[in-house]
Design a protein around this ligand. Structure first.
Ligand code: ADP
Length: 706
């Protein structure tokens, strides 16, 4: 019993203990519940979101926290008992009812973006989350309403920023990327796709696919750049090319930096790629045009050099042209002057020729007058003779000047006895000066020596005659002196007078062709202005010079030199005596005169008549040959050259075949030197120049008839 009691007591005790524990537990539970309610209430009251508690069955609001009261701007009393659409949530009753039904069915609804209209009509964007829960076994609905105005604004700003960024990237052709090194994921901006010509939805971006789109030659550079950037080394900007799917190549400028993700170990390379193709092309074009410009510049420089050189040449040419022009001008002036002089000369010539011609023709006519006194006859013949000589001299001058111009003046070098020549001139000119009351002197520095020189004696004589003629012409009173001196390798001849003299300014022009000191000279003194010019040319041709020393009113001295060339083996040092008139008695001789002109024949007969030689006549070469054949007594033939039927050359050759020893003397025109050479070559023994002077004819004939 005792045990039972004990057991019962123990059981009671246990029960008490258990009950007490339960009670304690209940109290604790209630306390905890209370505390939880207090906490919930506090949360409810202080929440930063709006909280509404609804009746599960009616949907009416049973409680609202201060936040929502403030949000919708209505007092709690106005909110309690209302349905959601009545406090501005949901647009209308139907929508509100539908949502409520869904909530009751699913126990949860959520609207991310829902407008709530405040009492004043303002609308606020809210996030609406509602769920059903049990409170003391009763279903209640709690709605959480969060004001998302700020978030919306931020989102909008972000969206706009993104849009701006996208637009800017598009405008600048800059794409951006984010390469997550940890995951290998790559994110590209839209522009990046554009630049690479890839479609965002189709192309899967991986590092491999990107490297593949890089131009093959630039791939290793890109890989190196990535490798450096991965290790946080600043690899700078990378210039590279990509190949778009359509095959076009674009130039890109890549940038990138390594970045660690916030709060994680993940690493990214973020950066950009800018399409710089346009810039590159412009740069390339610029480079090309710069190169082109450089080339052009070089060409220009070289052209410039050439132009400068050309310019120099042109300048040079211009200078030469100017000089030539100036020379031409001088030449022209000279030519004009010479032209004028020639015109004057022609009229002078005409005058010069007509004067003696008039005399010859006029006085020749008088000769025919019957009953002419012997005195008059003598006078007329003398006039005719003088006029003929004057005419001959004019013709000689003209021929000489033409020859000088044609460069055909021939010099026949022979041994000349200067003493003889001077003596001859003295004799001739003494006769000329006598009637003029002038004295003539001849002087020589070595009178006892016989001076012989190798020169053209005829030309020396011609020059001396010119000078003596001038001296006589320009000297009215006083004396004329001439002579020679030996001066080293030259013989110096001079002719000096006491005449009108020559002013210094005229002393050079008188040697020019057709020039006289004054135009009136010709009217006063006559002359053609050729004598000194011819003399100067002849002296120069002989190897010497002709000069003048004069003063106006005090006379003049003309001096000329010729080389003193001596014959080494002079055959004879004594003067050859000339044929004396007394020796000319050839009554045992027969001379054949061959001449087609009756006058000339008559003249020859006249000259030779005193010699008493038998004279025969032939009118042409053929007759001459016949004469020689038939008359072996013929001792000499005087042969004209130009004749009809047979000329003198042919006739002489035939005569020489018949009688080689028979002397044949040609009568040639003195002026034409080729006649002289030709005649000697043709076999003539000698020649006499026409017009034939009495002395010359007798002298030559005498030489062969001794
Ligand atoms: P021309 O005597 O036929 O006129 P020249 O050529 O012989 O031609 O002479 C040219 C000019 O030189 C002469 O006209 C004259 O004016 C001048 N003259 C030549 N010789 C003398 C001289 N002895 N005295 C003065 N003047 C002279």
């Amino acid at each position: 019993m005792k045990n039972t009691l004990a057991t019962t007591t123990r059981i009671l005790e246990d029960y008490k203990t258990k009950e007490s524990a339960k009670h304690t537990e209940k109290i604790l539970l209630e306390e905890r519940l209370k505390a939880s309610e207090v906490r919930y209430r506090r949360l409810f009251e202080s929440a930063k979101d709006g909280i509404l508690i609804l009746n599960f069955f009616t949907g009416q609001i049973v409680d609202a926290n201060p936040f929502i009261v403030k949000m919708i701007d209505s007092p709690l009393e106005e909110i309690i008992g209302k349905k959601l659409w009545e406090i501005g949530l949901f647009c209308n009753k139907e929508q509100s009812e539908l949502a409520f039904t869904e909530l009751k069915t699913n126990g949860y609804i959520r609207f991310e973006n829902m407008p709530i209209q405040r009492k004043n009509g303002n609308i606020t964007e809210v996030e609406f989350v509602s769920n059903v829960y049990l409170e003391n076994d009763i279903k209640v609905i709690q709605c959480n309403i969060r004001d998302i105005t700020e978030r919306k604004l931020t989102e909008e700003a972000l969206r706009q920023n993104e849009q701006l960024l996208s637009k800017t990237q598009k405008i600048a052709h800059i794409g951006s990327y984010n390469y997550n090194l940890t995951s290998g994921e790559i994110k590209w901006s839209d522009e990046m796709y554009n630049i690479l010509g890839l479609q965002k939805d189709i192309f899967k971006v991986t590092i491999k696919s990107f490297i593949n789109s890089v131009y093959p030659d630039d791939r290793s550079a890109m890989e190196n750049w990535l490798e450096l950037t991965k290790h946080g080394i600043d690899a700078g900007e990378l210039d590279y090319r990509i190949v778009k799917p359509d095959g076009t190549i674009r130039y890109l400028l890549g940038t990138g930096i390594l970045q660690n993700e916030h709060n994680s170990n993940a690493q990214h390379i973020i950066g950009s790629a800018q399409d710089i193709t346009v810039r590159k092309n412009i740069e390339k074009e610029l480079e090309e045009s710069e190169q082109y410009l450089n080339e052009q510049n070089m060409k220009f420089i070289s052209l410039n050099k050439q132009y400068l050189a050309l310019n120099e040449k042109l300048k040079d040419g211009l200078n030469r042209l100017q000089t030539a022009n100036a020379d031409l001008l001088i030449e022209k002036i000279k030519a004009d002057e010479s032209d004028k002089l020639k015109t004057a000369f022609l009229s002078n010539m005409s005058h010069e020729i007509r004067t003696p011609m008039n005399a010859i023709l006029g006085f020749s006519a008088f000769l025919l007058q019957p009953g002419l006194s012997s005195e008059k006859l003598k006078d007329f013949v003398q006039i005719i003779n003088a006029s003929s000589l004057q005419l001959m001299s004019i013709i000689s001058d003209i021929i000489d000047i033409s020859k000088i111009d044609a460069g055909q003046i021939n010099i026949d070098i022979e041994e000349v006895s200067v003493n003889n020549l001077m003596g001859e001139l003295f004799t001739t000119y003494q006769k000329i000066v006598e009637p003029k009351n002038l004295r003539l002197y001849y002087s020589c520095d070595r009178p006892s020596d016989l001076i012989r020189v190798k020169t053209d004696g005829n030309r020396v004589k011609q020059v001396l005659c010119n000078l003596l003629n001038n001296a006589i012409k320009f000297t009215k009173v006083g004396k004329i002196e001439f002579g020679f001196k030996l001066k080293g390798n030259f013989i110096e001849f001079y002719v000096s007078d006491t005449g009108i003299g020559i002013a210094p300014e005229n002393q050079s022009i008188i040697f020019q062709r057709f020039r006289q000191v004054a135009k009136s000279n010709n009217e006063i003194y006559g002359g053609n202005g050729l004598g000194l010019s011819i003399s100067k040319s002849l002296v120069e041709k002989l190897g010497g010079t002709l000069t003048v020393n004069s003063a106006l009113g005090s006379g003049s001295t003309f001096t000329f030199t010729i080389p003193y060339i001596r014959e080494e083996d002079t055959v004879s040092t004594t003067a050859i005596p000339s044929t004396s008139m007394d020796d000319r008695h050839w009554n045992d001789k027969t001379i054949l005169i061959v001449e087609d002109e009756a006058n000339n024949h008559f003249y020859m007969e006249e000259v030779l008549s005193d010699s008493h030689a038998v004279l025969r006549h032939a009118w042409n070469g053929k007759e001459a040959v016949e004469e020689v054949k038939e008359h072996p007594e013929i001792s000499l033939v005087l042969m004209d050259i130009k004749m009809p039927v047979m000329d003198g050359y042919e006739a002489t050759q035939l005569i020489k075949q018949i009688r080689p020893e028979l002397p044949v003397i040609a009568q040639t025109a003195f002026a034409l030197s080729h006649d002289k050479e030709h005649s000697l070559q043709a076999g003539f023994d000698n020649y006499i120049a026409k017009p034939i002077s009495v002395d010359a004819l007798l002298e030559v004939v005498g030489d062969y008839l001794k």
